[in-house]
Design a protein around this ligand. Structure first.
Ligand code: HSE
Length: 306
């Protein structure tokens, strides 16, 4: 194989009760990338469309991943990369993760698949480190594995793929402002109370239990975030209103997607996802804030060849 074109899905991280530990991939939006072998060694970014990102291969979230993988196996070829960004940086939909995960998957294919998904996730974390200063794994693992994932441990990295109930849909609304992950991490408190730790871990356990048993009501009751949302929601205009309206219109839960500003609503069924999307849309339509909206079944495939 000399060249490969891939789709790398956008992702919703945290999912309310799983800060830095939970994520899932979505179908309807993702980056596309073309990676081609070159005789000249090293990585070259020859095209970036859809976002203003650096062409410096030591600073780009996708190329650092490619470079690390080529170096690791001492490859006798280089890679030219074209990046078609559909997931906007600073959206909370795992933009850098989509590029980093796509780069890891595509490079692995060009190398003849020497690496496991877990190893690809480790490589993709290098892209997250470059993009936001922290090698967070929730978005990249969700993009690589597809479906719902749990980052069970960071040191050593352990990823658990969780089941996805068949009728689980999501509506995501992206108000067109940029929130940098680094800034959204800086508003968090370094310590939490034991009472909050108990609430968060019980809700995380409840959500995971609901995923295994297809218990949509348990999933709904578990979509509560006492760690990040109380501090981050002030970065997102009209968050409380969107949340209230989404819940009134049947969402199982409404929360901040990753570090925001995108807001997600998990729903049972496509019809409910449409209702929730319309309700959330109305809030921003009555304001001066532009937005994009997507409805999707939870993506169970992860990065794929197109
Ligand atoms: N878990 C991360 C956060 C996701 O919420 O900061 C953003 O990449």
């Amino acid at each position: 194989m000399n060249s490969i074109k891939i789709f790398a899905p956008a992702t919703v991280a945290n999912v309310s009760c799983g800060f830095d530990a939970l994520g899932f991939a979505i179908n309807t939006i993702g980056d596309e990338m073309v990676l081609t072998k070159t005789t000249e060694k090293g990585v070259k970014i020859s095209k970036i469309e859809g976002a203003e990102l650096t062409f410096d291969s030591n600073k780009n979230a996708a190329s650092v991943v490619v470079k690390a993988m080529l170096d690791k196996v001492n490859a006798d070829f280089g890679i030219d990369m074209q990046l078609f960004k559909k997931v906007k940086p600073g959206s909370g939909l795992g933009s850098s993760a989509s590029s980093a995960a796509g780069a890891a998957f595509a490079t692995n294919e060009l190398l003849g698949k020497p690496f496991t998904k877990l190893e690809l996730t480790e490589f993709a974390r290098l892209g997250e480190k470059i993009a936001c200063g922290s090698p967070i794994a929730d978005n990249v693992a969700a993009a690589i594995y597809g479906g719902f994932i749990l980052v069970k441990s960071y040191e050593p990295l352990e990823i658990v793929k969780l089941p996805v109930p068949n009728e689980l849909w999501v509506a995501v609304i992206h108000p067109q402002i940029e929130v940098k992950t680094e800034d959204a991490r800086n508003v968090l408190k370094p310590n939490i109370s034991i009472a909050d730790a108990v609430k968060q871990s019980a809700n995380l356990a409840g959500l995971i239990s609901g995923l295994y048993t297809n218990d949509y009501q348990l999933i709904s009751r578990s979509l509560v975030d006492v760690i990040a949302e109380p501090h981050r929601k002030k970065l997102i205009p009209l968050f409380d209103k969107v949340k209230q309206t989404g819940l009134q219109n049947g969402a199982l839960g409404i929360g901040i997607s990753g570090s925001g500003p995108t807001i997600f609503g998990l729903c049972k069924g496509e019809k409910s996802a449409n209702n929730v999307a319309n309700a959330m849309k109305n809030v921003y339509q009555n304001s001066t804030i532009d937005f994009n909206i997507y409805i999707s079944k939870v993506n169970t495939e992860g990065v794929k060849i197109i």
